[in-house]
Design a protein around this ligand. Structure first.
Ligand SMILES: [Cu+2]
Length: 299
């Protein structure tokens, strides 16, 4: 009898120890620390008609120049260590929209470490806020996604480009945004037909999947995105929480807004998605171009 009680007690202590260990491991896995480096680099991008537009981005290394600043994907509860290195010829400032304590100044040829913990899921925009965020429009902005699910996910960063505006801003001059008339439109740096080759952007799923689409608008125009064939549900907006729960087929996305949509497709096929602002379907005099892609839903 004695032996049985002792054995049971030992078993119970071992069970408790194991559950404490599992708990500790779970906490560790849930709160990972992600490190990224962002290099502020000035160069130019080539647009659909072959012309070049002056541009600035946060690049993941200092030797290559990419049109898109890195997409940073975290899990809820993760910490982010961001080294930001300013290789530009002017001082820059840094901020993450809707994240307190994220502001930093980065003098030219200097660097800064920004450390933040993300306890809430959502879409966030990191950017320069020099000159009322005009430099964010010139390319110095990107997206941070904080996830709390494992569903198939896709990511769009919307932008427009205007050579005269970029040239003025990047030579230190003011621009009049009421005269803004952009000529080129991109999702993740690509225009139609190249957007469909971007596996981060092109929705490719199966019937009855729960598909999550993260859209950020890093440009200066309102973009009204129309989905053919389906209604999607708004599950988060960085601007307007009243929109959560609405099912629609067209979603206006304001400048510097992050929107999260849920799609549960109920039929097969290939369906167009595009900006309802017709000029955004062109690239200067090229049509179709700009913000047009398709979704592919399979069995
Ligand atoms: Cu349409």
């Amino acid at each position: 009898m004695y032996y049985i009680v002792d054995t049971l007690e030992i078993l119970s202590i071992m069970k408790n120890l194991i559950s404490i260990l599992i708990c500790a491991i779970t906490i560790q896995v849930h709160g990972a620390t992600i490190q990224e480096s962002l290099y502020i680099i000035r160069d130019s991008i080539s647009v659909s008609n072959g012309s070049n537009i002056p541009y600035l981005t946060f690049n993941s290394n200092s030797s290559d120049f990419y049109i898109e600043s890195p997409l940073i994907i975290l899990d809820e509860g993760d910490s982010l260590k961001l080294w930001i290195v300013n290789e530009d010829s002017i001082d820059h400032s840094f901020e993450i929209t809707n994240v307190t304590g994220s502001s930093a100044l980065i003098p030219q040829n200097d660097s800064v470490l920004v450390e933040l913990k993300f306890n809430n899921s959502g879409g966030f925009i990191y950017r320069s806020n020099v000159s009322n965020s005009d430099y964010a429009y010139c390319g110095l902005s990107g997206t941070i996604i904080v996830k709390n699910h494992n569903h198939p996910s896709f990511y769009w960063n919307l932008r427009e480009h205007d050579s005269l505006f970029n040239t003025s801003i990047m030579t230190g001059n003011n621009v009049n945004w009421s005269n803004y008339n952009p000529k080129f439109f991109t999702i993740n740096g690509n225009s139609h037909p190249n957007i469909n080759s971007d596996s981060l952007a092109r929705i490719n799923g199966n019937i009855n999947d729960t598909i999550i689409l993260y859209i950020s608008n890093c440009g200066r125009s309102l973009h009204s995105i129309h989905f053919h064939g389906f209604h999607l549900e708004i599950i988060n907006s960085s601007f307007d929480l009243e929109e959560i729960g609405r099912f629609k087929d067209t979603f206006p996305i304001r400048q510097q807004e992050s929107l999260i949509l849920r799609l549960i497709p109920d039929k097969l096929g290939e369906y167009p998605v595009h900006d309802h602002n017709l000029v955004a379907l062109s690239g200067s005099n090229i049509y179709p171009n700009g913000m047009l892609l398709t979704m592919l839903i399979q069995q």
